[in-house]
Write a protein that binds this ligand. Structure first.
Ligand code: FES
Ligand SMILES: [Fe+2]
Length: 445
C-alpha cells in the first residue's frame, strides 16, 4: 500500500468513491514530479506530420519542460532530438518551425544536419584539439522513441513505453474518425493561436471533455447564437451550434487505458458543419454510419497533452505545462485537404466564433481555470469531487453506441445529454496514479 498516492487519488469504485486531492493541482513539488514521472516517462504529442511534410522541415516542441526538435531529413525520415547544442547547450533554433538544411548554433556555430549528425565545429583545424576529440559523439541526442499514428507524431524520453498504437489503444478509432474526414487526408489550417492561462495543466485536460460546463460557463454563447438566429442576422450564417437543440440529444462517455478519455453527443443539426456540405460524397466513401459519427460532437483527450475536439469546429489543441499554475496552449484548426472554399471559409468562421482566443468560448474557459486555481488556495476543502457523475450507468467494455462506432473502449456509458458524465476523467487520474506511484514509494503519508 502506497499511503500518499492513495490519498492523492482516491479510487474505490466498490465504495462509490473517486476523488482527487487539491494538492495535485497546487503543489509545486508534485508538479516537478509530474514532469519527471509523467512527461519524461510516457508518450507525449509533439507535432502533426503536415508541419514537417517536406525534406529538411523542422518544428521545435517540448516534452514537459525539455525542448525538443522534430526534423525530416533529406531522405524523408522523421527524427526527434533534444533541442540542445552538444557544445554548451544552446537551443539550435528559437523559431517554432521552418525548413533548413543545417542547424547552426547561435553561440559558437557548431552545425548539425537534420538527421542530427554534427557537420562542423567552427575553426576546428586551428583549435589544437587533442586527438581524442574526434572519438567522442557530438551528434544531437535522439529521443528514446518517436512514432506517429495517422499524422500525429509522439515522442518519448523513455524507451520503456509500449508501441504507440498500443498506447493509444481503443482511442485510435476516434482519431480515425477525424483523419478519415478528408478523402485526401487532413491538414492544419495555416496559422495557430498560442495563449497562456494562470492555472494547472490538468484544468485543460479535464475541460477538453467536459459536457457539464457547457450550459453554465458558455451561457452567453448560447444566448448570442439564439438571438442571431431569431433575428436572422448576418452572423447566423456562421451556423454555430444552437445548444437548445443539444439538450434532447443522446450522449456518451468513453474510458480508455493509459489515461485517455472521450465524450460524444449526437448532432441534432449536422447540416451546420462544413463537413456536411458534401455529405453524399462522404457517405459514399465512409458509409452512412461512420459519416454520422464524424458529424456527431466528439471530444477526445489523449493523455497527457493533446486533444482532438470536434464540436463547434474541429481543433487540435496541445497542452504545455510551464509551472504548477501556468500553462501554455497551442490551438490549430484541422480540415480536410482540398475541401471547397466555401466550406473552408465556414470552418474558419466557426473556429473564430467559439474556439479562437478572441472567440466567445475559450475566454470563458481560461477565466474559469484561473478562478479554480484561485479557489484552490482554500486548502481546507481537501478534494476535487464529482468524478462519480454517471457512475451507475458505466459498464465494462464498449456499450452498443461505442461498439456500433467501432470504438473498443475499456468502459463506456450512454445516456441523455443532461447526464453530463464525469466518468471520462477517471482514466486521467488512474494513469496519473500509475505513473506517479514510484515517486512516492516508501514515503509515509
Ligand atoms: S553552444 Fe552551440 S556552438 Fe557553443
Ligand atoms: Fe468550454
Amino acid at each position: 500500500m502506497n499511503a500518499i498516492i492513495d490519498k492523492l487519488v482516491v479510487d474505490r469504485p466498490e465504495d462509490g468513491l473517486f476523488k482527487v486531492h487539491r494538492d495535485v493541482f497546487t503543489s509545486p513539488e508534485i508538479f516537478d514530479l509530474e514532469m519527471t514521472h509523467i512527461f519524461e516517462r510516457t508518450w507525449v504529442f509533439l507535432a502533426f506530420e503536415g508541419q514537417v511534410a517536406r525534406p529538411n522541415d523542422y518544428i521545435a516542441s517540448w516534452i514537459g519542460r525539455q525542448p525538443v526538435l522534430v526534423t525530416r531529413d533529406k531522405a524523408g525520415t522523421l527524427h526527434g532530438f533534444l533541442n540542445s547544442c552538444r557544445h554548451k547547450g544552446a537551443r539550435l533554433t528559437t523559431r517554432e518551425c521552418g525548413n533548413s538544411r543545417l542547424f547552426v548554433c547561435p553561440y559558437h556555430s557548431w552545425s548539425y544536419a537534420p538527421d542530427g549528425k554534427l557537420k562542423s565545429v567552427k575553426d576546428k583545424s586551428t583549435g589544437h584539439l587533442p586527438p581524442q576529440f574526434d572519438g567522442e559523439d557530438y551528434d544531437l541526442a535522439p529521443l528514446a522513441r518517436l512514432e506517429s499514428y495517422r499524422g500525429l507524431i509522439f515522442g518519448s524520453l523513455s524507451a520503456d513505453v509500449p508501441p504507440l498504437a498500443d498506447y493509444l489503444g481503443g482511442a485510435r478509432a476516434l482519431i480515425d474518425l477525424v483523419m478519415d474526414q478528408g478523402a485526401n487526408g487532413m491538414e492544419l489550417v495555416p496559422g495557430r493561436t498560442v495563449y497562456t492561462y494562470g492555472a494547472n495543466w490538468k484544468m485543460q485536460v479535464e475541460n477538453g471533455m467536459d459536457p457539464y460546463h457547457l450550459t453554465s460557463a458558455h451561457q452567453s454563447f448560447m444566448q448570442i447564437v439564439t438571438q442571431r438566429n431569431a433575428r436572422a442576422s448576418d452572423l447566423s450564417k456562421i451556423r454555430s451550434r444552437d445548444f437548445s437543440r443539444s439538450v434532447g440529444a443522446e450522449a456518451g462517455a468513453l474510458q480508455f487505458s493509459h489515461g485517455h478519455g472521450a465524450v460524444w453527443i449526437t448532432n441534432m443539426t449536422p447540416e451546420q458543419k462544413p463537413l456536411y456540405d458534401d455529405i453524399e460524397a462522404l457517405v459514399a466513401r465512409v458509409g452512412a454510419h461512420r459519416a454520422q459519427w464524424m458529424l456527431n460532437f466528439r471530444n477526445l483527450v489523449l493523455f497527457p497533452n493533446v486533444q482532438l475536439a470536434d464540436s463547434e469546429s474541429l481543433i487540435l489543441r496541445v497542452i504545455r505545462p510551464i509551472d504548477v499554475n501556468t500553462t501554455e496552449m497551442r490551438m490549430f484548426s484541422l480540415a480536410p485537404i482540398g475541401e471547397p472554399a466555401e466550406s473552408r471559409a465556414l470552418r474558419i468562421r466557426q473556429h473564430e466564433d467559439f474556439f479562437n482566443v478572441s472567440g466567445l468560448a475559450t475566454p470563458d474557459d481560461t477565466a474559469i481555470y484561473e478562478e479554480m486555481q484561485a479557489g484552490l488556495a482554500a486548502t481546507g476543502a481537501g478534494y476535487q469531487r464529482g468524478y462519480d457523475r454517471g457512475a451507475t450507468l458505466l459498464g465494462d467494455g464498449a456499450d452498443a453506441a461505442a461498439a456500433g462506432a467501432g470504438i473498443a473502449a475499456d468502459a463506456s456509458l450512454t445516456g441523455p445529454f443532461k447526464l453530463q458524465s464525469e466518468m471520462q476523467y477517471q482514466p486521467i487520474y488512474r494513469e496519473w496514479k500509475r505513473l506517479m506511484a514510484p515517486a512516492f514509494e516508501g514515503v509515509a503519508a
